[in-house]
Design a protein around this ligand. Sequence first.
Ligand SMILES: Nc1ncnc2c1ncn2[C@@H]1O[C@H](COP(=O)(O)OP(=O)(O)OP(=O)(O)O)[C@@H](O)[C@H]1O
Ligand SMILES: [Mg+2]
Length: 269
Amino acid sequence: MQDGYTTPDGRQIGPVLLDLKNITLRFGGVEAIKNISFDIREGEIRAIIGPNGAGKSSMLNVISGFYVPQEGEIWFKGHRRGPMKPYEVARLGLARTFQNIALFDGMSVLDNIMTGRMNMMKASLFSQALWWGKAEREETANREQVEKIIDFLEIQNIRKTPVGRLPYGLKKRVELARALAAEPRILLLDEPMAGMNVEEKEDMCRFILDVNDEFGTTIALIEHDMGVVMDLSDRVVVMDYGRKIGDGTPDEVRNNPEVISAYLGVAHE
Ligand SMILES: Nc1ncnc2c1ncn2[C@@H]1O[C@H](COP(=O)(O)OP(=O)(O)OP(=O)(O)O)[C@@H](O)[C@H]1O
Ligand SMILES: [Mg+2]
């Protein structure tokens, strides 16, 4: 178990990649996260669920470096991670999407996806300005990778379209494409299927599973649709009022009485 295990459907789950220990996050008097610990294993699809305001997005923001918790430790691949800026976390191989779509509406799909590669462009400004050597090779590699993702997510036909003109479901897919452009080891998705119709949800589920399967990407996602969570995830963390009230396989959390009374038993949006 320590080094990994095989799931009932034959997928390989590796050792712990990200370990969150006793995380507490406060906004003034509000404790958004109260002493929460859980881990994310290499290759797994890990869901975070819970009612509105439970602290789920705050938790993703802690993982991605947008918020620095007042207490607790974050360990990445067996090393303790100090306070980091989001771009530093991105360089460790984390990419994310946002609960509210954060794309550039006036820019094309292709250009939006290219912005996902920004943090990977390591050539100096000097060589970029002269368009020499390394910068040129990087630009070519960037284009190739972006084209690969466009094919993978089946959005060739909208590559030149300004994002502002796209329907909601496709915008979400472009946001996923931009995150994938960074070639992340860990992908954080904040409600990737919120507001989608059934068909769009099915597509998004398939893409998430394919990303995990083909690229071996570890995925942590927040999702309200329990059917989706049960279908997709290997393990589920359940939050309520900033606390962790459940953690286990979909079946384990589904049968956890505290989870049922706090979340599963009630209607929510
Ligand atoms: N930047 C912030 N400043 C102040 N309070 C915040 C901030 N971000 C979140 N909170 C508060 O922290 C708590 C948890 O919010 P969070 O957005 O993490 O919940 P959530 O589980 O993602 O909810 P939802 O399902 O509605 O997206 C809420 O009480 C919220 O008002
Ligand atoms: Mg949220």
